[in-house]
Design a protein around this ligand. Structure first.
Ligand SMILES: Cc1cc2nc3c(=O)[nH]c(=O)nc-3n(C[C@H](O)[C@H](O)[C@H](O)COP(=O)(O)O)c2cc1C
Length: 293
């Protein structure tokens, strides 16, 4: 009996410890995720958030009821049988095209010599052959040749670029650009016979004012810009790819483009100046950029 009365507090302590341990374990155990039902569970964003081209917003929501679905169920499908080259010919053409494109350089010294408007029409027509999300063709190419308008563009770009270089870009960015010898003075904006400003249409606006989703608009327009660069190279013209930071809204207003259009790229276009130079950059060898599996 005496032994029992001595052991009782010990047993009570052990019992408390066991209960405490069980409670602790039950809290640590991973809780089973609640089973989601309905359409929310199946919802997946349309694109990676990083793309930031509004596709995921405009495709997923219909808050203002101002969006339309354009069904193309009735679209006719037609035979497609482009020319098939012999292997020899393919090899030759692919090699020739590589040689042509490998000669492309970003040229910041452009000649004022005039370029036929028809050539510009053709290269932009070519850019418009680009694939686009759901064939929405979300691009607008604004071609500026008017000297006064080019100068207005230069004023806007130089003012913003000076602030970019001095304040916004940060030391590392400015340091990385130093070897390219670029700065905020953009003489080519006055000199080049053409400035092509490429806008991405973040959505379409139909004649009745309703909006239409432009899937992957930024990727689509970027691809068309790549095709435009290739077409310019093919025509023997030069440009420098520029993305004037923070100038988009002002240039959009200057060029009277609607609010659904955002500036993606500005390309001054012409022949290279006779004294043009380019940085002696090297490109990565094939083995560094291709992975065969
Ligand atoms: C998205 C993008 C933005 C660029 N922005 C500028 C720019 O604002 N100013 C500039 O002088 N060059 C700009 N460049 C050109 C690059 O500096 C150039 O492509 C790079 O140095 C490689 O030279 P390459 O084009 O002669 O091969 C840009 C290029 C790309 C692809």
């Amino acid at each position: 009996m005496a032994l029992l009365s001595v052991l009782t507090p010990v047993l009570a302590v052990i019992l408390c410890l066991v209960i405490g341990f069980i409670l602790l374990k039950s809290r640590e155990a991973p809780s089973t995720p609640p089973v989601e039902t309905g359409s929310k569970a199946n919802f997946r964003p349309w694109v990676d958030q990083d793309l930031q081209d509004d596709t995921e917003i405009t495709a997923g929501e219909d808050e203002d009821g101002d969006w339309v679905d354009i069904s193309e169920e009735d679209l006719l499908h037609v035979p497609y049988s482009p020319k098939r080259y012999s292997e020899e010919m393919m090899l030759q053409r692919s090699q020739d095209f590589y040689t042509l494109m490998n000669e492309r350089r970003s040229v910041r010294f452009i000649s004022p010599d005039p370029v036929p408007q028809e050539v510009i029409n053709n290269v932009i027509h070519t850019a418009g052959t680009s694939p686009s999300g759901a064939h929405t063709e979300p691009w607008t190419f604004v071609v500026v040749s008017d000297p006064e308008m080019k100068h207005q563009i230069r004023l806007i770009v130089e003012e913003e670029e000076e602030v970019n270089y001095r304040q916004r870009m940060g030391e590392k960015w400015v340091h990385d650009l130093a070897k390219l010898r670029t700065n905020w003075i953009k003489e080519y904006l006055d000199v080049a016979p053409y400035l092509i400003l490429i806008f991405k249409q973040t959505c379409g606006i139909l004649p009745n004012g309703k909006k239409k989703t432009h899937y992957y608009n930024e990727i689509s327009v970027s691809i068309s810009c790549g095709i435009l660069l290739a077409a310019l190279q093919n025509a023997g013209l030069v440009t420098v790819t520029t993305t004037p930071l923070n100038c988009g809204p002002q240039l959009r207003l200057l060029l009277r483009r609607p609010a659904n259009e955002k500036l993606l790229m500005l390309l001054p276009v012409g022949y290279p100046a006779s004294n043009a130079t380019v940085p002696d950059l090297k490109r990565k060898p094939l083995d560094d950029i291709m992975v065969k599996i």
